[in-house]
Each structure stands twice: as C-alpha cells, then as structure tokens.
Write a protein that binds this ligand. Structure first.
Ligand code: PNS
Length: 158
C-alpha cells in the first residue's frame, strides 16, 4: 500500500491545505495528515492540538482514505512510525521554496528511506496562509471561503 504523510502545524487548516490533502488522497492509497504540536511556533499556536486535529477531521470526513493524527516527534520518525515512505508538502510560491528545500534536504539526511514530494498550490490559494487568515480575522475581516466554516466560527469566537 502506498501511504503518504501530509504534515503541518495547521493553525488553522486553510482551503489551500485541504486542496493539497484532497489531491494527495487522489494520488495515494492512503493519506495520513500529521498535525505537529509545534509549541515553539510564533509564540505558540492559537488553536490547541485537539482543535486543529478536529477541524481537519471534520473537513476530510468525506474522504475514506484520509486519517488525521497529532505528532510531537521528528517528522521522519513519525513518517516511519506511520509506515509512510512519502512526505507531501504544498508549494505556493518561490518564497516557500528555500525553506521547503532545506527541510527536505535535512529530512533526507535524517532518513534516506523517506522521500519529500511537492504539490503546487492552485493559483486561487497561492497567496493563502494560516498566519494571513489569523491576521485578517484579528482585524475583523472576512475569511469565508479561505478556511472551513467551523474555523471561521472559531476565529470569530476568539
Ligand atoms: O505547516 P508548517 O508549520 O510549515 O509545518 C512545519 C512542519 C510541522 C512540517 C515542521 O515544523 C516539522 O517537520 N516539524 C516536526 C519536527 C521536525 O522534524 N523538524 C525538523 C525538520 S527539518
């Protein structure tokens, strides 16, 4: 069975992330979405690990070959544990490339049995990021369509 791992912090998941997950689910037998605890990121995530896993689980409930799991280890160790030989990352623009290139090289150095593959964002979501969504919401702007409805509501509640 060909299993892929789609990792991220997903604070919160966006329509761009979901597009990559759906496309990966069409290419592989099975996809595990790995939600990193990432306590160090940007002063700490806005949403708890349970909330982030929950938002994605609800949004992918129609995809029978996708599961969502939290992790708090090295990415390659989690991939190995999940028996996934491929890590899928989304690439939005050239600005993503340098960071993703570094992570792919380091992950290969840590475990040569695991390949990183990239799926290009569709143009509609090439500008979209979790941090932009949070900033728009913080200032009272609409993020409808950029994130699942449940995330819209949760952001408004904060
Ligand atoms: O959505 P993000 O925040 O860009 O995802 C980054 C993520 C979670 C994929 C990355 O931080 C990660 O792999 N974290 C796990 C710890 C790890 O393995 N770090 C070394 C990567 S070179």
């Amino acid at each position: 069975m060909r299993r892929a791992l789609c990792p991220g912090t997903f604070d919160p998941v966006t329509s761009g992330h979901l597009d990559i997950i759906v496309r990966a689910a069409g290419l592989f037998d099975d996809v595990v979405v790995g939600v990193a605890l990432s306590p160090e990121k940007g002063g700490g995530p806005l949403f708890s690990i349970e909330e982030r896993v929950g938002f994605i689980s609800d949004a992918v409930s129609h995809l029978p070959n996708v599961t969502v799991q939290p992790f708090d280890t090295l990415l390659v160790d989690f991939a190995q544990k999940m028996d996934a030989r491929v890590i899928i990352k989304g690439l939005r623009a050239v600005t993503d490339f340098e960071h993703e290139f570094q992570m792919a090289q380091l992950n290969f150095r840590l475990n040569e049995g695991i390949e990183t593959m990239f799926i290009m964002s569709i143009p509609e979501f090439a500008y979209l990021s979790s941090s932009a969504v949070k900033e728009i919401a913080r200032h009272g702007g609409s993020v409808q369509g950029l994130v699942p409805d449940a995330v819209c509501e949760a952001l408004a509640a904060r």
